[in-house]
Design a protein around this ligand. Structure first.
Ligand code: NDP
Length: 332
């Protein structure tokens, strides 16, 4: 049986382009015992995939040249030689960028929920929600009345962080890159204030005006100059969950910035990097909270759904152009 896959054709230098990907027609192997034939429904595209396009040591192995890109996907079982899954079942797992694929049933998670849209499992009830929850609750440790600033606030993780911080009784200020995103943050998601980092004259001053009592928690999704401006407003005993550094993922050199460590030192600030999987043993507890807040209407979310398997590279590149609000998902 023939299908199509998308492979990494070359490693990007700087910002990736379409030339770094290649579409291929391939023959699928016959199904063996314990395996299923899957058809892709929804594919998650995420900033960490940019890191995997480099040949660099990280918490996850690099993509190989001429091998398919991969990521979390929701797929339908078409044929099964597994006792655990039957045709029609919907599963999620880490799967290659293929229209159809043969995979071991072991390692796939069956999605039972018929109430929530299945795409929630790539979003607020998946890596996105868990990242927001653990970064904020376990490292940020918010207290009512504190001021929380989140960068990439209108992105998948940022939207959830801001809302959880509001649930905890904090003042929440978001930073994002378009007027449309600023409006969404304030009007739809209840952020107390939001700043467009692309149009503001002086970000450091704008943050000090939006945060008259200083910044107690900075949820850092972007790094670079945005983070320099926020950290310049940081309070004594503040916490900085270091979640992502998307502004630096396409850098070809290590960028130099102001050396802010003396400020972290003298104000007794905690800055801690984390990977969501650090908290794996606590996932069920977090899912319970996230699901409850969703059910109670305290937590909303937003998805940018791009249609067509062939749009996977475009959707991934779009993350670096700011084309998404909330979670970027490709519907096959
Ligand atoms: P998003 O979907 O929000 O990422 C895309 C957004 O990033 C864009 O819409 C854009 O928004 C912003 N962006 C892109 N380039 C830049 C830039 N140069 N400067 C500032 N902002 C930029 O991603 P997620 O919400 O999924 O992830 C947010 C961050 O969290 C990422 O850095 C990601 O790597 C990290 N992450 C970390 C995890 C962990 O375990 N530690 C797990 C999941 C994510 P705008 O228009 O506002 O510029």
């Amino acid at each position: 049986m023939k299908t199509q896959q998308i492979v990494l054709a070359s490693r990007p230098v700087g910002t990736p382009t379409q030339d770094n990907f290649r579409f291929e027609n391939i023959e699928l192997p016959d199904l063996q015992k314990g395996e299923v034939l899957l058809e892709g429904l929804y594919y998650s595209v995420d900033p960490y995939m940019r890191g995997r396009m480099n040949d660099a040591k990280s918490y996850v192995a690099p993509f190989e040249i001429d091998q398919p890109m991969s990521g979390t996907a929701i797929e339908k079982v078409v044929m099964s030689k597994s006792d655990d899954l039957k045709p029609g079942d919907i599963v999620s797992g880490s799967l290659p960028w293929c229209v159809q694929t043969v995979a071991p049933a072991k390692g796939l998670v069956k999605i039972y929920s018929s109430i929530l849209p299945v795409t929630d499992h790539l979003d607020v009830l998946g890596m996105t929600g868990l990242t927001a929850y653990f970064g904020l609750m376990e490292i940020g440790k918010p207290k009512a009345g504190e001021t929380v600033v989140v960068s990439d606030a209108a992105g998948a993780v940022g939207l959830v962080v801001g809302q959880i911080a509001k649930i905890q009784g904090c003042r929440v200020v978001g930073i994002a890159g378009s007027d449309e995103k600023i409006e969404v943050l304030k009007d739809k998601y209840g952020f107390d204030d939001a700043i467009n980092y692309k149009t503001v004259a002086d970000l450091k001053t704008a943050i000090s005006k939006s945060c008259p009592k200083g910044v107690d928690i900075y949820f850092d999704n972007v790094g670079g100059e945005i983070s320099d401006a926020v950290i310049s407003n940081i309070n004594f005993h503040a916490r900085i969950p270091l979640c992502g550094q998307i502004s630096l993922y396409n850098s070809t050199e290590t960028p130099l910035g102001p050396r802010l460590q003396p400020m972290l030192l003298t104000r007794s600030v905690l800055m801690q990097g984390f990977i969501v999987s650090n908290f794996q043993s606590q996932f069920p507890e977090a899912i319970r909270y996230l699901a409850k807040w969703l059910k109670d209407g305290e937590l909303k979310f937003e998805q940018t759904i791009v249609h067509g398997f062939d749009q996977l590279p475009t959707a991934l590149l779009g993350l670096f152009k700011g084309t998404n609000i909330g979670k970027m998902i490709v519907a096959a």
